[in-house]
Write a protein that binds this ligand. Structure first.
Ligand code: ISL
Ligand code: CA
Length: 543
């Protein structure tokens, strides 16, 4: 299946499934593992009629009270009954592997559910053998929390527990107490949960908020953020320096990596936030590696909640920063969407051109030197869905509406259940279009564009594995050149302006192999090409 000596994840196109929303198999309105198995041919049946996905990442599927929809884990070594059983998971892994699809699960090491037996034991008394598995502190003399840390989802990061008279720390909901990674027993127990799944054939993990697992040992107050203004999100009111990307995290990551190395071919992909330098640090060093890959979300947001504009100079800067910082033994890992952020089509729609930008998006994401992650529905241009107040589910409030709008069920067709369910879906569908059925046979559809892009990437070594050279460009055009030994070079050019623009190419003879305007595909290209408004193209060198 793979070239010898080259790890599979370097060439892989990955696809994030939000299990509640992909396919329901039993009519309860909640997506499940059996449903995912039914849809695997859509992801990869070995032919260009399918998407051609190489790996799936499933958001958490563990037993959980679902306070944070699975990111509150009550048992790391089992499956939530809504999703299936361990047997269903074994079958899902086998069915994926039969199609050459790798399986990544979601590992949540920073916190458990407050219903996890470890926390139930820990909170039972100050003398509990598991007391120190979580972060308990006395109140300040006035009864207030031990420090000023705020929860990511709003409010203080501490909750007072009447029974034992202490506060416990939770970086997210109060139902998600933070584990104490300074206790070696905690680390050992958590690493054991990785081995449990590796033994069952899981190919790797996406690691949730890895940057928070170790805090400053003294838990000092965070300093105020001088840029914060009243009305801004509360969580940005302080600089997270003592509880985020704290230096000890980077050493813990290396110990975590060692467990991955016990099982050949496994991959660790970290959800990380920070500057390009901070992201790069998660990869570790050549002689003591950290994560195989660390997400770069800068195409979504660079700092805090500010949406990254679709502008050539901004995209060029993000690419250059990643190229300059990620160590040479690995590569960047970009995503344009996930279950926490407003979908691309909606995010980039301030002037009504969101869908046009969404056609250029796969040429960016799949044209870069990186391991790309798609988010289910991105390939058909799903947008955020308005959720009426009585249907809202997500308790997190780091956007005014929570994260339900980007988590609505996959739209397989226009039928009342959208091919997703025969029952009442857990979140409303929104309008029946876009959907897979309407785009499936249409060569001009976004879905067809994604399929062509992914299969072309497999065919063209320059795109899959080549080096990247910035081609300069200007305020309208971002363009770069991909090159692999013995293979045709490929230029990627993206026009972010709403008027036509010209892109300079570094060779005299080439051909457009992929374009947002399909009629242009096959066209010969000389030293430059004209790109349509918001259009993009891949141009392959010809001998
Ligand atoms: O910290 C942030 C930005 O610096 C936040 O965006 C936040 O850390 C991020 O959204 C974390 O997300 C992950 O962990 C959460 C869970 O609710 C999300 O769904 C998950 O992706 C808690 O486990
Ligand atoms: Ca179901």
């Amino acid at each position: 299946m793979d070239a010898p000596g080259r790890e599979w994840w370097r060439d892989a196109v990955c696809y994030q499934i939000y299990p509640r929303s992909f396919q329901d198999s039993n009519g309860d309105g909640i997506g499940d593992l059996e449903g995912i198995i039914q849809r695997l041919d859509y992801l990869n049946d070995g032919t260009p009629h399918s998407l051609g996905i190489d790996a799936v990442w499933l958001s958490p599927t563990y037993p959980s009270p679902m306070a944070d929809f699975g990111y509150d884990v009550a048992d790391y070594c089992d499956v939530h009954p809504d999703f299936g059983t361990l047997e269903t998971m074994d079958r899902l892994i086998a069915e994926c592997h039969r199609r050459g699809i790798r399986v990544l699960l979601d590992w949540v090491p920073n916190h458990t559910s407050d219903q996890h037996p470890w926390f139930i034991e820990s909170r039972s008394s100050r003398e509990s053998p598991k007391r120190d598995w979580y972060i308990w502190r006395d109140p300040r003399p006035d009864g207030s929390p031990p420090n000023n840390w705020r929860s990511v989802f709003g409010g203080p990061a501490w909750t007072f527990d009447e029974r034992t008279g202490q506060y416990y720390l939770h970086s997210f909901l109060k139902e998600q107490p933070d584990l104490n990674w300074r206790n070696p027993e905690v680390e050992a127990a958590m690493l054991q949960t990785l081995r449990f799944w590796f033994e069952r054939g899981v190919d790797g993990f996406r690691i949730d908020v890895i940057g928070r697992i170790l805090k400053h040992p003294d838990l000092p107050d965070n300093p105020p953020n001088p840029e914060w203004r009243p009305g801004d999100r509360e969580r940005f009111s302080q600089l997270w320096i003592y509880n985020h990307n704290y230096p000890d995290v980077f050493e813990a990551v290396k110990r975590i990596r060692k467990v991955f190395d016990e099982y050949p071919g496994r991959v660790a992909v970290g959800e990380v936030f920070g500057t390009p330098e901070e992201i790069a640090r998660y990869y570790g060093d050549a002689d003591s590696p950290g994560l195989h890959l660390a997400f770069n979300f800068h195409f979504i947001h660079e700092r805090g909640h500010v949406i990254t504009p679709w502008e050539a100079p901004v995209l060029r800067r993000i690419i250059a920063n990643a190229e300059a910082t990620v160590p040479p033994f690995s590569q960047p890992c970009f995503a344009l969407n996930n279950h926490d952020r407003s979908r691309f089509v909606t995010r980039q729609n301030h002037d009504g051109h969101g869908l046009e930008r969404a056609r250029a998006a796969p040429l960016l994401l799949l044209g870069l030197r990186n391991t790309p992650f798609l988010y289910y529905g991105e390939e058909i241009g799903m947008a955020d869905v308005d959720i009426p107040p009585e249907r809202q589910q997500d308790p997190a409030r780091f956007r005014s509406v929570g994260r339900d709008p980007e988590r609505t069920p996959m739209q397989w067709d226009a039928s009342p259940g959208r091919g997703f369910t025969t029952g009442e879906p857990w979140l409303p569908f929104g309008p029946p279009s876009p959907n897979v059925a309407e785009q499936d046979g249409d060569p001009d559809s976004l879905l067809s564009l994604y399929r062509r892009a992914i299969w072309l990437r497999k065919e063209l070594p320059a795109l899959r594995a080549g080096s990247l050279t910035d081609l300069g460009g200007d305020d309208s055009v971002v363009s770069w050149w991909r090159q692999a030994p013995g293979a045709p070079g490929v230029a990627v050019a993206i026009n972010t302006a709403t008027v036509p623009a010209r892109a300079q190419l570094p060779f005299l003879r080439g051909r457009i192999v992929l374009c947002t305007a399909r009629a242009r595909e096959g066209e010969r290209a000389g030293g430059e090409i004209e790109l349509p408004p918001l259009g993009a193209a891949w141009i392959a060198e010809e001998a």
